[in-house]
Design a protein around this ligand. Sequence first.
Ligand code: NAD
Length: 280
Amino acid sequence: MPQIIDGKAISDAIKEELKIKVEKLNKDGIKICLAVIQVGSDPASSVYVGNKKKACAYIGIDSLAYELPEETTQDELLKLIDELNAKADVNGILVQLPLPDHINEDAVIHAIDPAKDVDGFHPQSVGKLCIGQPGFVSCTPAGIIQLLKRSGITIEGKECVVIGRSNIVGKPMALLLLRENGTVTVTHSKTQNLKEVAKRADILIVAIGKPKMITREYVKEGAVVIDVGIHRNENNKLCGDVDYNDVATICSAITPVPGGVGPMTIAMLMYNCVEAGISR
Ligand code: NAD
């Protein structure tokens, strides 16, 4: 049986640590406030936004919710971001993605003050990660590093293969593994011989967006497998990009879906908010 990496327990532990930190900050007169903007009423986005507000309340972070109608123009959204950038009592600004088609996501991400970029998507945050300077890191890959470290898995010197090169998961994941002294290979939809490349991995990170694509044929015996994917299967149950039951027969450690990577994303968002409050 492989080690099952418990993202729920690890994220709970991080939230408890943050709660204590925020209590101390509050005693010193430092309040932390996250502004969350949602445009439209996509049901999945509403669930994510609701979970973020709940986590803020639990940790002691104030949250401001801006629920804007679907027809909000890009200019109106940029104006709101400008106002929040200027507010000294707002430490973090989060715009829930995806945005409606008539709004350019890049323009919106660029508009957020990098000092309040708690999602870590601003080019300045990404640039700092790239050259090894401190800054906000995209929450899902930052959470995966915590999952590995807190599960006693060494990254240094290991062969790490990342499947997927998105700006929010695959690319920052590769940079973080490199920062931890892993030997990193990034693969994607045009990679030749993916099975052979993936089989080189001591640590295999899967962020493809294809339900159960990764079977044991992609996995070296004894590898650590981290599954970022989230899907609903034919029975409306959650599953990942990894065929869990198949891969669990060969790997040494694995994240389940749900209860693996998912809970870590919000925990690391809370971590970034607290950092934003401390460093203002
Ligand atoms: P994306 O669609 O932006 O990127 C997918 C990447 O996978 C691309 O780089 C593409 O080249 C690669 N890819 C696609 N098909 C491939 C194939 N057949 N072989 C090899 N590579 C292939 O997706 P994303 O935003 O990185 O998300 C990936 C998955 O992770 C999705 O299921 C998403 O829902 C999930 N996700 C989960 C969390 C979380 O908190 N757990 C956060 C973000 C994303």
